[in-house]
Design a protein around this ligand. Structure first.
Ligand code: 4AD
Length: 457
């Protein structure tokens, strides 16, 4: 159907006086004796288009006046009587699809929890439509950022035989039910589709390293899967993962790239989604725009893990989880560091090797690795990354300590055999970024159909 997007119809001053067809869903309808006003949205912009219907001249089916009905309106664009932009003087109103009174999206504000129960309809609300427009703008900005800086876009496989993070959080991929005739796990997998144990990838990093050690700078942007039993507001079983990998990059280079990327993405969202951000600022997180503007214009803090532990130890009685050198930071610790100590994003670097993955570069102190996590207020960890161990002997030793199957990582080890180079990369959780820029507090509200423990609607 030939029609004009509301975003264009609303804002294009040159179109005043021209005829257009607008399609959309009815968001409000009110009328007096002679004139009716209908607000339409078509998803193209936060703002709605007002349609003015002269009741004496234009017939309007009663079904077209109902909240949620879909209509096509032919009319003339005129300068809005009130406010900025244009409105449409209707000549003909056609019903596309009626919407019965039990439409679950009613005008009164409903709870996010209620809307989670109707994921197929919740995008028709202001909040969710705004989240997904921001998400789309951010995704485009990610590709633009890397493309403009000479990175190549790589698609890592989603089915893999190696558990990148080594934490055993993989969903299994199998075509065979367990069979009592199989004497061992090995025998079972031998008869399975791939002939070995396979799963959904938790990260594209290992393949990213393969590409970076040939193409120089690469990034992947795709789904990662984690079968971790973390029923929190920041964990999904399926999330989107941005993973750049850079040859010849050392830890300080990674910090620089991460900060630059995050600021670029924030600036883009501020520039391209002003109406959405104004809405989030008013209804979701007061002061959001100021927070983002401040972050885009100030330096991130840097704090080595050992120093972070000293800061936390000073107030350890405040925390539920113990604070001790060697244990991982819990979200309450991350919250304290970002929201009370530094009050801005903070890079925590050089973690104890025992709590980080096998592939991270071992520091000369023999105790820590060249890892960096970026923590942000309100969310906690948004990026995890490291310089990679480029020394074959050291990498082998780290893998042996973890009793890893060396044969399964032969190709990965080969990268250290043939022209090994210092290199590093990181993973940005895309949903966590969208939470950060929209102020949404639950990760289930920034992805279309969230998958989490006991939840696959
Ligand atoms: O810190 P993670 O586990 O790091 C990696 O996977 C590395 N291989 C990345 C790399 O160096 N290429 O995950 C990276 C980021 C986290 O900081 C977080 O933002 C996000 O991925 N993330 C999740 N997001 C949603 N749900 C989950 N279950 C997540 N697990 C990690």
């Amino acid at each position: 159907m030939k029609h004009l997007d509301i975003k264009i119809a609303l804002t294009n001053a040159d179109m005043v006086g021209t005829d257009a067809v607008i399609c959309g869903w009815v968001r409000t309808f009110r009328e007096s004796a002679s004139v009716a006003f209908m607000e339409l949205s078509d998803g193209s912009s936060f703002r709605r288009l007002q349609v003015v219907i002269d009741k004496e001249k234009v017939a309007c089916d009663a079904e077209c006046t109902k909240l949620g009905a879909s209509v096509a309106v032919k009319g003339t664009l005129v300068k809005a009587y009130k406010g900025e932009g244009n409105e449409l003087n209707a000549k003909e109103v056609t019903l596309l699809g009626a919407c019965p009174a039990d439409y679950p999206i009613q005008k009164k504000r409903t709870t996010l929890d209620f809307l989670r129960g109707i994921p197929h309809l919740r995008l028709r609300t202001n909040t969710f439509a705004a989240v997904f427009r921001v998400r789309s703008v951010a995704a485009q900005a990610i590709h633009r950022y890397f493309h403009d800086r000479g990175y190549y876009y790589i698609n890592a496989p989603l089915i893999t035989a190696s558990d990148c993070e080594g934490a055993g959080e993989m969903f299994r991929v199998t075509t065979r039910p367990w069979n009592a005739a199989d004497k061992s796990e090995e025998e079972y997998y031998k008869k399975d589709f791939f002939g070995v144990k396979a799963g959904l990838s938790v990260s594209g990093q290992l393949e990213g390293e393969v590409a970076a050690t040939a193409l120089g700078k690469i990034y992947t942007f795709g789904p990662s899967f984690r079968a971790e039993n973390s029923n929190t507001t920041r964990h999904l079983a399926e999330f989107w993962h941005v993973e750049p990998e850079i040859a010849f990059a050392e830890l300080p280079d990674l910090l620089e790239i991460e900060e630059d990327l995050l600021k670029y993405l924030i600036r883009t969202v501020l520039e391209e989604c002003p109406d959405e951000l104004a809405f989030f600022d008013s209804f979701v997180e007061k002061g959001l725009i100021e927070k983002l503007t401040h972050v885009a214009n100030s330096d991130f803090a840097v704090c080595p893990y050992t120093e972070a532990i000293s800061l936390l130890e000073k107030v350890k009685e405040r925390f539920k989880f113990p604070v001790a050198w060697g244990s991982d930071l819990q979200s309450e610790h991350e919250k304290y560091l970002t929201e009370e100590v530094f009050r801005r994003p903070v890079f925590v670097t050089d973690y104890p090797k025992e709590i980080k993955s096998f592939y991270m570069k071992q520091n000369p102190d023999g105790k820590t690795v060249a890892a960096v996590d970026l923590l942000v207020p309100g969310i906690g960890e948004i990026i995890g990354g490291s310089e990679r161990e480029a020394d074959l002997g050291k990498l082998r030793a780290a893998m042996e300590e973890r009793h890893m199957d060396m044969a399964a990582y032969r190709q990965y080890l080969d990268l250290r055999v043939f022209g090994s180079v210092p290199h590093g990369g990181f993973g940005l959780g895309f949903e966590r970024f969208v939470m950060y820029v929209t102020g949404m507090e639950n990760i289930r509200d920034v992805t279309l159909f969230p998958r989490s423990v006991k939840n696959i609607m």
